[in-house]
Every structure is written in structure tokens, then in C-alpha cells.
Design a protein around this ligand. Structure first.
Ligand code: MOS
Length: 693
């Protein structure tokens, strides 16, 4: 690993460097790039969940003034590779889920394209579909590997024997619903084919990844594909990998004779083919001795995937390492259903898994007669329970203690349903947070000295609203030992050296490590007096510490809620998150990430619930009127702070990821506070008013 970087710009609380461009409307999102004489494409979506297309009547659409053509599986250009079955768009008569793209209208305006799509008649041979997740299905199966490479099952010691002899036990089932990623900017792309190949302006978390996928699916040299995404209005994982619209707009551009083609998903389409979080059913069994030391942990997860492509969420993985226990078992079973492909949504697996496990810990604390903070302190492991490795740094207890102090937790009466504030019952809850440190491979960075005396620092990173433009410039400045103004950062374009995806809270670590290595190589090569035009390109270095240490970001979240027993309404009046994430590179953007995660966690606890109609296989509440995401009025006083943490092993910046840890454990803290307020322990999210009256 490269040597640690001295912090000068790092650690400063800077506003986002593109902030002015953002608020003055001069930072274009994908759909807003000025292109000449564009066409517009609008998809026709399947109205059955499984079957075959037997006929398409596009005559009414084709007859519409302004319609250029109607694409179907019969006339769409052929794709080169079905290696990613999710991207095999308009290539076959098979229908694999309701809402699948089965046709598209290309037209002179977006309104005509949309109108045309409504006129396309598709006739199907419908087959029975299967969309219901239940634990008693006899076809649940064990995936070979979970998302991010985790093993599906683990088994240490003898959990059954430990449960039989435990002084205190718990056996409860928790469930979480379908949830849909809804960044403010929906998925959007503009595609254009020229003699040079394909150019796509895309709202993505990873321009390099989209380029690779498009090159494969269209069968062209990656050098002939360029993906441009300098500004992205959120993603939350749904833009971490390409989805069918990327291929659709590319196909449409192929028949557009050189004209650019624009696509922007409607909010309704965000609920169909653009990713979602799988629902989960999680059975947790715990055993503890009379002092509250865990002797057995069992976490068995049932969740779903799509028949068309497997995605196995890593739900029980935090349970493998949070607390000490000599006996532990975790498992993941999947039902493969006729549904769109589930995908990443902020802290995939960790979010639903930590919800269930951290509520179970709260329940266990009550059964042991222990304070829930104290129960967690008593079960602090000395080393990572699953690998036996020491942590590069682990400050969960510091977070719990600092949070308890600031939240005035001491002396809390655990008795539920006894505190009133006017007509409202009041309660407090706590939960731990944790998200792993990920370092994604595949990045490279170049540094060159420009004629203006500034350093051009280039990497195809993505800023999805997180602050990467700012924080990477801070890192580059310190690595090059120049002030921030001495750096000209270039990101968000696949023409630059490749960047890994802005996912898994890995961006700053992965891209930052690469930039630091490039700066070191530059200085080694050119010394103190480089000349204009001097440049280097360097691949991301390996970090040998990854094999020696367990690395995680930790935190503790405290919530105070009010519940009206007459209406079941919940208000989260106060929430405090205390995190340990190594060096905080920019307190302002870091705090925004953390309270953003916490806000999304409150939303998960109370509101978010995509309701599937099993008769048809689609999500019914596919808009913001009926799928409620926490708005300003729903959020009280939310704050995030951090404890000092010096981690020399994690990367040369000493910084851990913070994009996802903020949502880890949040829903549990809220649910635990609701129990404390009301005495009602509902284990099925979201905790809507009907469940609390
Ligand atoms: Mo995050 S769900 O890993 O983009």
C-alpha cells in the first residue's frame, strides 16, 4: 500500500465544488445534454407476468404523425450477447415479468412516443405466473454465492445444543417488504451511434461499467463506446449496474440513422424494470446465558430473486460478525419468481438484515433484564468472529457510549407504554450500525501537469450527489501537496481511465487510493520540478492489509419517537447517529451522507412498502402519491456525529466508507423506540398506523 497522506485539504468542511452549477441549473443531468435533432423512445411494457408474444399490431402507432418506427422483438436490431440476461432486450417473444419491455416507439417528441406506445396492441399466450414469496414454498433453493461474493451459509459450533441449554432464548420472525429505489433524477439516457461508435449520456453510478456492458451486449470494441455522466441526481444502488433501458435506447439509436435518441424513465417505470430491494422473511433465534452473553445466534433468511436473472441479497452477513458467540449459523434461501430483477438498494442485505438482528437484540435485552446498550457492550467480540482477524479499527462501543451520553440514555426506564407527552406515548430506542469496507477493483487514474500549472487528475469516477467531485479533489490536492485550486479534477466520463462503480460505499476508498498512487508515481518519476505535459497513469494498488484485518465502519443510532395511540401515527422527534468511520475527509458532505442514510432508514421503518398484486405480478402503488418516502415534514431533529478514529490500515487517506452505514440499523432503532413507547412489537415493516392502534 502507498504511504499515508498528510491531511491539509482533507478534513476541511468544504461545500461541494459543483454546488453553484447544480443550483443554477448549469450542471446537466443525462437527459439535459444539448444534442442536435433528437428522437425520443418510449417503451411498451408487458401486461402479463409470464408467457409469449404471439402478435404485435403497431399499425395505429405507426400511423401517428411523428412516429418514426415501432420496435418489437421481430424487427429490433440483433444483440451480440445474452451473457447478462437482464439486458437481452427485444430479442425474444418470451415474457419473463410484468412490465418487461416488449416494444418501443421512436418518435419526434416524447409525447408522441408515449402516445404511440399506448396504441401498440400486443397479443400474448399467457402462462400461469408465480410471484409469491412464502417460507413454506417447497422450491426454495440455496444460491451458490451471495451478492458481493459472500457464502450463502455459515455454521460454527453447535447452535441447537447451545439453544437447548441457554438461560434466555428468543425465536422470532421479522419481515421487510419490497422497496424501490427512487432517486430524484430517474434513470435517463441519450444514445447516438456515429462512425466512431456509440455515445451515451447516462445517469449512472459507473460510466466504465456501463461502457463494458454496452460493448458486450452490442458486440463492439469498448473503445468504440463512450459513456458520459458528470452529474447524477442520486442512485441508491439502482444506477450501479445497467438496466434494460440502456439497451433499449441503444437499440433505438441504431435505427435512428445517426440521430440521438432520448429516454427518461417515468416515475411509474421506476417501479418496474429498474431495480428494487427484495422482500425478506427472517427467522432469528438467540440464546444467552443469565448475564446476557450470547451463546447461540441463528439467522435464516428467505428472500426472492427473478427467474430471468439471479440476485441473492446478503441479508444475514452482518449477523456473522457483529457480536461474539461461540455458536452461530446463518443461511439464505431464495424463491425464483416471475418478477423483475432485484438489485442493489442502499446497503443491500445489510439494511434488512440489521433491521431484524438489531430488533432481536433489543428483545433479548428485555428478556435478560439488561439495558440494550449494555447487552451490546457485553457481547463485543475481540476479533472478527468469522475470520478470526483483528479489526483495523472497531469503535462500536465508543459510538454506543458517546451516543448514550449525548442522548441522556442513562437511567432509562425500560418499561414500555408508560411515558406520555400530552396525548402521545413517548419512547426511545437504540441500535448498532455497521457497513463493511469495500475496495472495488478496476480503477486507474492519470495525473498530468497542465499548461496553467494545475494538475489534471482524471478517473471515470461518478458523483451521484455524494460529494465525490469535492472529496476526490481534496485527496488529490493532499497527495500532490498543492492547494485545492491546484487540482483540475475530471470524472464522470468513460474516456478517462476506468473507475469502479460508486457502490458499496467504496468510491472514495477505491478512487482515492488510486489517485494517491498516481500522485506518488508522478512525483517519483518527475521529482519536484515536473514540466508541463508530464503525466502518469496508474492502476489501483493492492492493499495487503485487507488480508490481515477485518475492516468495517460502525455506528450507534438513538431514536426518540412519539406514537398517538388513537391514530397510530408515529413521529420521530429526535435521532442521533454516532459513527466511527476513520478520518472524515469532508465533515459537510459526510454529515449529509450520514443523515441522508438515517432519513432513508426512518422512511423504511415507517412508510416504504411496494405492494405487489399477486394476481398480475406488478407493484400497485407505483408513484409518490401512494409509495410514500419520508418528506421534510416527516423528519424531526436528525443529527450525525463521529468519534475520532485513526485507521492506518484501511487506505492511505485513513477513511472508511460512509454512504451506506447511515441506513444500517436505523429502522431497528425506530422500531425499538416504538416498542418502548407503546409496548407493541410488530416485526413486519413498515410500522404503519394500522399496526400501532
Ligand atoms: Mo450502493 S446500494 O452499494 O450503490
Amino acid at each position: 500500500m502507498t504511504t499515508p497522506v498528510q491531511a491539509r485539504e482533507m478534513g476541511r468542511s468544504l461545500s461541494r465544488v459543483e454546488g453553484r452549477a447544480k443550483v443554477t441549473g448549469t450542471a446537466p443531468y443525462a437527459y439535459e445534454f444539448p444534442v442536435l435533432d433528437p428522437l425520443y423512445v418510449y417503451p411498451v411494457q408487458a401486461t402479463i407476468a409470464r408467457g409469449r408474444i404471439i402478435a404485435v399490431d403497431a399499425s395505429a402507432a405507426t400511423a401517428l404523425d411523428g412516429v418514426v418506427t415501432v420496435l418489437t422483438h421481430e424487427n429490433a436490431p440483433r444483440l451480440a450477447s445474452d451473457a447478462d440476461s437482464e439486458l437481452w432486450v427485444l430479442q425474444s417473444e418470451e415474457v419473463s415479468y410484468r412490465g418487461e419491455i416488449v416494444g418501443a416507439v421512436l418518435a419526434e417528441t416524447s409525447e408522441i412516443a408515449r402516445h404511440g406506445a399506448e396504441l401498440v396492441r400486443v397479443e400474448y399466450a399467457e402462462q400461469p405466473h408465480d410471484v409469491e414469496l412464502r417460507v413454506d414454498r417447497d422450491d426454495l433453493y440455496t444460491p451458490k454465492v451471495l451478492n458481493a461474493g459472500y457464502a450463502p451459509d455459515t455454521d460454527q459450533g453447535d447452535v441447537e445444543e447451545a439453544l437447548r441449554s441457554a438461560a434466555v432464548t428468543l425465536d422470532e420472525t421479522y419481515s421487510t417488504p419490497f422497496e424501490h429505489n427512487n432517486p430524484m433524477e430517474p434513470h435517463a439516457s441519450i444514445a447516438q451511434w456515429t462512425d466512431d461508435g456509440l455515445t451515451m449520456y447516462d445517469s449512472t453510478q459507473g460510466p466504465s461499467r456501463v461502457r463494458t456492458a454496452l460493448a458486450e451486449v452490442f458486440g463492439v470494441d469498448p473503445a468504440k463506446v463512450r459513456v458520459i455522466s458528470p452529474y447524477v441526481g442520486g442512485g441508491f444502488g439502482s444506477k450501479g449496474s445497467p438496466h434494460p433501458h440502456n439497451v433499449l435506447v441503444g437499440l433505438a439509436a441504431k435505427v435512428a440513422r445517426g440521430r440521438p435518441v432520448k429516454f427518461a424513465a417515468t416515475r411509474q417505470q421506476m417501479f418496474s424494470f429498474l431495480g428494487y430491494r427484495t422482500p425478506t422473511i427472517q427467522r432469528i433465534r438467540l440464546g444467552a446465558d443469565s448475564d446476557g452473553h450470547l451463546t447461540a445466534i441463528v439467522h435464516d433468511v428467505v428472500e426472492l430473486t427473478a427467474k430471468v436473472k439471479e440476485f441473492a441479497e446478503q441479508t444475514a452477513t452482518p449477523t456473522r460478525m457483529m457480536y461474539a458467540s461461540p455458536n452461530r449459523r446463518t443461511s439464505h434461501r431464495l424463491a425464483a419468481l416471475d418478477l423483475p430483477v432485484p438489485a442493489w438498494m442502499r446497503a443491500p442485505g445489510v439494511t434488512p438484515g440489521m433491521y431484524a438482528f438489531e430488533v432481536a437484540m433489543d428483545e433479548l435485552a428485555l428478556r435478560c433484564g439488561l439495558d440494550p446498550v449494555e447487552l451490546r457492550i457485553r457481547n463485543e467480540p475481540e476479533v472478527d468472529p468469522q475470520t478470526g482477524r483483528p479489526w483495523s479499527s472497531r469503535n462500536l462501543l465508543a459510538c454506543l457510549r458517546e451516543g448514550a451520553r449525548r442522548f441522556e440514555w442513562e437511567g432509562r426506564d425500560p418499561t414500555p407504554a408508560v411515558r406520555w407527552h400530552g396525548d402521545w406515548l413517548v419512547g426511545t430506542g437504540v441500535a448498532s450500525s455497521r457497513y463493511p469496507v469495500h475496495l472495488l477493483p478496476g480503477s486507474a487514474a492519470s495525473i498530468g501537469l497542465g499548461a496553467d500549472g494545475r494538475y489534471d487528475v482524471s478517473i471515470a469516477a461518478a458523483d451521484i450527489g455524494t460529494g465525490a467531485w469535492t472529496v476526490l479533489a481534496q485527496i488529490a490536492a493532499d497527495a500532490l501537496e498543492v492547494p485545492l485550486e491546484g487540482v483540475n479534477l475530471r470524472i464522470g466520463d468513460s474516456e478517462l481511465p476506468p473507475g469502479s462503480v460508486a457502490g458499496g460505499s467504496s468510491g472514495t476508498s477505491s478512487w482515492g487510493s488510486t489517485i494517491v498512487a498516481a500522485a506518488e508515481a508522478f512525483r517519483t518519476k518527475y521529482g519536484d520540478r515536473p514540466e508541463t505535459g508530464a503525466d502518469v497513469t496508474v492502476d489501483m494498488p493492492q492493499n495487503p492489509n485487507l488480508a490481515k484485518y477485518a475492516m468495517d465502519t460502525f455506528g450507534a443510532q438513538f431514536a426518540q419517537v412519539r406514537v398517538h395511540p388513537g391514530t397510530g401515527e408515529v413521529r420521530v422527534d429526535r435521532m442521533l447517529g454516532v459513527f466511527a468511520a476513520g478520518r472524515i475527509l469532508n465533515p459537510r458532505t459526510a454529515r449529509s451522507q450520514l443523515i441522508g442514510g438515517m432519513t432513508m432508514g426512518i422512511s423504511m421503518a415507517l412508510y416504504e412498502d411496494s405492494v405487489l398484486d399477486p394476481r398480475f405480478g406488478h407493484i400497485v402503488n407505483h408513484d409518490f402519491a401512494t409509495y410514500h418516502i419520508a418528506a421534510n415534514a416527516d423528519i424531526g431533529d436528525v443529527d450525525a456525529i463521529w468519534v475520532e478514529e485513526d485507521d492506518p490500515y484501511v487506505n492511505p487517506m485513513g477513511a472508511k466508507g460512509i454512504g451506506e452505514v447511515g441506513i444500517s440499523g436505523t429502522a431497528a432503532a425506530v422500531a425499538n423506540a416504538i416498542y418502548h413507547a407503546t409496548g407493541i412489537r410488530r416485526r413486519d415493516l413498515p410500522l404503519t398506523p394500522d399496526k400501532l392502534m
